[in-house]
Design a protein around this ligand. Structure first.
Ligand code: UDP
Length: 240
C-alpha cells in the first residue's frame, strides 16, 4: 500500500435498481434519485472517495424473459443496458446538485458513456469525482453484486457498502421472523458456515478471495450511509 492509499478512504456503494424505483415498483422515483445524489455528495464532502455500482432490476432482468424461452445472453445484455440507464440518471442528478461525476460502462457506448478503465477510474476518484461503473461486469450470467466487488477490487476501494432494505445481516429474515438477530461483524467463513445470504456466491467468493470487506446497511435509515462510509459502527461488516 502506498502512503497515498493509506491516507485516503475510498468506498464503493452498491445500490440495487429496485431501490431506485421505491414505491413506484418500476423505473426511477425522482425523490429517491435526489436523496441518493444528496447523500453521495455529503459523503464526498467529508473527503471520502466514492465509486458507485447500480443494478438494473427496476427496469430489466435477463432471467425474467429466459423463463419464457428468450435467449439469456440477449436478456442479460438488456439487463446490463438497464444499469447504464440508471447510471445516466444518477450522473445527471449528481451534476444537477453541483457534483462532478463520470459514467463509465463495461462495454462501449461512446456517445453516452466512457469506456470503463480501472486506471482512469482511480485517477478520477482521487480527483474527487463520483465514478459510476455501469454495465455490470460486461458479461452475461453475472450480477451487479459481482460487478460491484470486481470494481471495488480494481479501483482499490477499502470496502463495498451494500445498501439493502434492512440494516445488516440477520440470523433469519427479519421481515418474517421476529426472533431474528442482527450480526455486527462476521467473517467470510462464518457466512458460509451459517449459510447466510450476503451476496450471490460468485460475488461472495470474489470478495473472500481478494479480502474485500462487504458492509451491509440500510440506505433508508437516517445517517446510516454516512456512518458506514466513515467506517463507524453501522450495519454488518463481513471481512477476513
Ligand atoms: N447483468 C449481467 N451481467 C452483469 C451484471 C448484470 O448480465 O455483470 C444483467 C442481468 O440480466 C441482471 C441485470 O443485468 O439481472 C440487472 O442486474 P442485477 O439483477 O444485478 O440488478 P439489481 O438486482 O441489483 O437491481
Amino acid at each position: 500500500m502506498t502512503s497515498e492509499q493509506a491516507n485516503r478512504r475510498r468506498i464503493l456503494l452498491k445500490i440495487s435498481g429496485e431501490a431506485l424505483a421505491g414505491d413506484l415498483g418500476f423505473g426511477i422515483d425522482p425523490k429517491i434519485l435526489a436523496a441518493l445524489a444528496t447523500s453521495i455528495l455529503e459523503v464526498q464532502s467529508k473527503g471520502i472517495e466514492t465509486a458507485l455500482v447500480i443494478g438494473g432490476g427496476n427496469i430489466f432482468r435477463g432471467a425474467t424473459l429466459q423463463k419464457a424461452g428468450f435467449d439469456r445472453v440477449a436478456g442479460d445484455e438488456m439487463g446490463m443496458l438497464a444499469t447504464v440507464m440508471n447510471g445516466l440518471a444518477v450522473r445527471e442528478e449528481l451534476k444537477r446538485q453541483g457534483g462532478k461525476a463520470v459514467l463509465m460502462s463495461a462495454y462501449g457506448i461512446p456517445s453516452i458513456t466512457e469506456q470503463y478503465s480501472a486506471s482512469k477510474g482511480r485517477e478520477l476518484l482521487s480527483q474527487g469525482l463520483t465514478v459510476i461503473a455501469s454495465g455490470g461486469t460486461g458479461s452475461p450470467f453475472f450480477t451487479t453484486d459481482t460487478g460491484a466487488v470486481l470494481r471495488a477490487i480494481e479501483l482499490q476501494c477499502s470496502e463495498v457498502l451494500k445498501a439493502t432494505k434492512v440494516d445488516g445481516v440477520y440470523s433469519a429474515d427479519p421481515m418474517k421472523d421476529p426472533k431474528a438477530t442482527r450480526f455486527e461483524a462476521l467473517s467470510f467463513e462464518e457466512v458460509m458456515q451459517k449459510q447466510l445470504k450476503v451476496m450471490d456466491l460468485t460475488a461472495f467468493a470474489l470478495a473472500s478471495e481478494h479480502h474485500m470487506p462487504i458492509r451491509v446497511f440500510s440506505m433508508t435509515k437516517s445517517g446510516a450511509f454516512m456512518r458506514a462510509a466513515l467506517g463507524e459502527r453501522e450495519g454488518t461488516v463481513v471481512s477476513d
